[in-house]
Each structure stands twice: as C-alpha cells, then as structure tokens.
Design a protein around this ligand. Structure first.
Ligand SMILES: *Cc1c(COP(=O)(O)O)cnc(C)c1O
Length: 381
C-alpha cells in the first residue's frame, strides 16, 4: 500500500510561508509585547479590509467570538437563541453558557444551512414556552455562507438579531459581499484546521455597528472602561495573542490565493464524482453567486461506514462532521427544538462524509482519492 494521505496538510502551507513566518515570530519575540501588541491591531485592520467589515475585534477563540456579541446584547436567562442542529457544538454552547436557551432548528438538505420554515416554527414554539426570542445563529457550515438574502429580512420580521457563525465560512461570499458583513455581527475562528487558521487558538468578531464594537472591545478585556482597572461590565479574558496575530497576518496575505485553490480542488472533485459515480454520491451544492470557503468537502453516501472503511484500507482518510446532531447530544437534549423536530439534521448526520481538502492537495493525490472513493462506493451498492 502507498503512504496514507493527510486529511489536511498544514506543513505544506508552513513550507510555503517559510522565512516570512519565522521573521514575524522573531519580531514579536524581540519586541516583547505578547498581549495586545501592535500586530493585533495591524491584523484586525487587515482582516477588516479583506472582508469589508467596519470593525474587527479579535479574541481568544471562536467560541468566545460567539459569546461576546451575545453578552454585549445582554442575552441570558429567559432568552431563546435559535441554532441549527447540524453544526459544531460551540454554536449552541455559547448561548447555553450565558444561561439563555438554545432552540434547535432544522437545516436544508442541499446546503446544510438553517431552514427558514423550521426557524419560523421554532420562534412560535419558543414564545409558547414563555421564552423571549432574541437572536439566531446561522452557521456557514463547511464554508458555504447561509442564505442571508432570505434570513436577514426574516430575522427582522421575527425581531431577531443575527449572529453569523462563520468559523468555517470566513473567506466565503455571496456575490461580492464577503462573510463577515452579514447580520449584526459575525463570529469566526482561527483554530488551526479552519480555512484561516493560526498555530493555536484564536477568533474574531466582525461588525459594522460602532456601539457594539466598543462594547466588544471592553468585554474581551474584563469589561474595561477607561483603562483596565476601571471595570464597567462583567467581561472575559479573551484576547488574541500577539504571536498568533503576527502569524495570521502572514497567512492572510496568501489567503485569497488559497481560497482559489480550494475552489479549484472542489470543482475537480465535483466534476469527477458527477461523471463517475453520480448514482451513489451526492456532491455538495453551491447556489449561484455563492462562494464557499471549502472548510470541508462533504459528500452524502448511503453506505457510509463501509465506504469509509474501504477508503481507510487504501490510505485515504475521511471524517464525519458531524455524527450526532446537537438536539441528540446528551448535554443538550433537554433544550427545545422546532415543532417538527430536526429530521434533516438526523438524516445528514447518518450520511455525510468529508474528504481531504486543503489548498496544497496536488492533482495526483486528488486523482488517487477520487479513484478510491468511487471504487469504495461502487463496492457498497
Ligand atoms: C470551530 C467552530 C467554532 C468554535 O471555534 P473555536 O475557535 O474552536 O472555539 C464555532 N462554530 C463552528 C461552526 C465551528 O466550526
């Protein structure tokens, strides 16, 4: 058997960045401003420029980036926050940690994003339980922006604030509007495996709202007022390390190029699977005008376990994001869900499988993955 392939290849990116990365790190070491050094403000400005958001408030991780706007809005006990059931746990963990009630909403089978009809029902249900509907957290799952053209006016009608979870979707776009500019605020993560990742934990909130930005800058720093020993609110210790900011600036400089590579690789996967095994694989849907950041390339297959075992045998790693929808998680099953439940989320959890996806996936390796996946699914039908 040939060498197993990596699922993502961070070493290839590191080799590409080479000396620039080391130089950036050395500069931070030399200057010694490890907390809120000038590189943090530089990176925040660069990120704002990249996506067209007015303010970027960096923080310690993507989960805090979800918590901070909810805290700024005063969301807590008695409040309902609507979250798709088919996502990573942090999307529901943030409102739950604040004592609010996450209410699980189903997703759409093609795009895996939050289903507006299910959201509508969930809001009415939350009201009937005596909860105050406050916010919705659409998740740009696997990199694809949610359907904000439908969601933003719907949220306004329903009286909900929109906190976009672009932990996976940063770099994505709808027409010429980039992730980071949809809704009242966007949260993103720089966890190493995300499309724009650092070498540890990191996150950011993006917003066009000046007042919110001021509150967020206070809340990420122990609720500071004029200075850090003047505390005007109960906040968090949630800052982006200067070292991570310096690393992220170098990575941001090649991010657009990496997004284009991811898109090319995704297009090649989709064309090959539609050509070679259209009856046994459902390829990801990208609506017209949408640009995915391709955090994951995710297929739907009926006999997933057998397919994954056959791929593993051939040295092709595959992953399941996510095997258990949030409304079925034992720590979260007591929270309410949309009146019709979340059947699509359950179905997807049983069928999805993600393939190796990173900007440095060469054509030869990709051809090998395509061959192995096609023969694996053919064996299982
Ligand atoms: C990774 C992720 C988060 C949390 O980010 P961390 O930086 O790991 O805290 C939140 N939401 C989604 C959808 C994620 O994929």
């Amino acid at each position: 058997m040939t060498q197993p392939l990596p699922f993502i290849d961070l070493a290839a990116q590191q080799a590409r960045l080479g000396d620039r990365l080391r130089l950036a790190i050395d500069t931070v070491l030399r200057e010694g401003a490890y907390i809120m050094g000038r590189q943090v403000a530089d990176f925040e400005r660069e990120l704002a420029e990249f996506c067209g958001a007015r303010h970027v408030i960096s923080c310690a991780n993507g989960t805090d980036a979800l918590m901070l706007p909810l805290m700024a809005w005063g969301i807590g006990p008695g409040d309902a926050v609507f979250v798709p059931s088919f996502t990573f746990i942090a999307s529901a963990e943030a409102p739950a940690l604040l004592g609010a009630t996450p209410v699980f909403v189903d997703v759409q089978p093609e795009t895996f994003d939050i289903d507006p009809a299910s959201l509508h029902g969930a809001v009415a249900h939350a009201r009937s339980l005596g909860l105050r509907p406050r916010a919705v957290i659409p998740v740009d799952l696997f990199g694809l922006p949610s359907d904000y053209d439908t969601l933003l006016p719907l949220a306004e009608d329903l009286g909900l604030l929109v906190l976009a979870d672009a932990a996976q979707g940063f770099g994505g776009a709808i027409d010429d509007r980039r992730a980071g500019t949809f809704g009242q605020a966007t949260a993103t993560s720089f966890f190493p495996a995300k499309p724009l990742g650092c070498y540890g934990d990191g996150g950011a909130v993006l917003t066009d709202d000046d007042q919110l930005a001021t509150r967020l800058r206070s809340l990420r720093f122990h609720g500071k007022g004029q200075d850090k020993y003047d505390n005007v609110a109960i906040g968090l210790n949630s800052r982006l390390d200067t070292l991570q900011a310096a690393i992220l600036s170098e990575k941001l400089a090649i991010f657009a190029d990496e997004l284009a590579a991811r898109d090319r690789i995704a297009a090649r996967y989709t064309a090959a699977f539609q050509d070679r095994c259209p009856n046994s694989i459902i390829t990801p849907t990208v609506p017209a005008g949408y640009q995915s950041a391709w955090a994951q390339y995710t297929l739907r297959v009926a006999q997933r376990d057998q397919m994954m075992a056959a791929c593993k045998e051939q040295g092709v790693p595959t992953m399941v994001y996510y095997p258990i929808p949030l409304h079925r998680q034992s720590g979260y099953a007591h929270y309410p869900q949309a009146p019709l439940g979340c059947p699509v989320s359950e179905h997807l959890a049983a069928e999805v499988v993600s393939l190796p996806m990173h900007p440095y996936l060469g054509e030869q390796d990709q051809s090998r993955i395509i061959d192995v996946v096609c023969s694996a699914v053919e064996k299982t039908i």
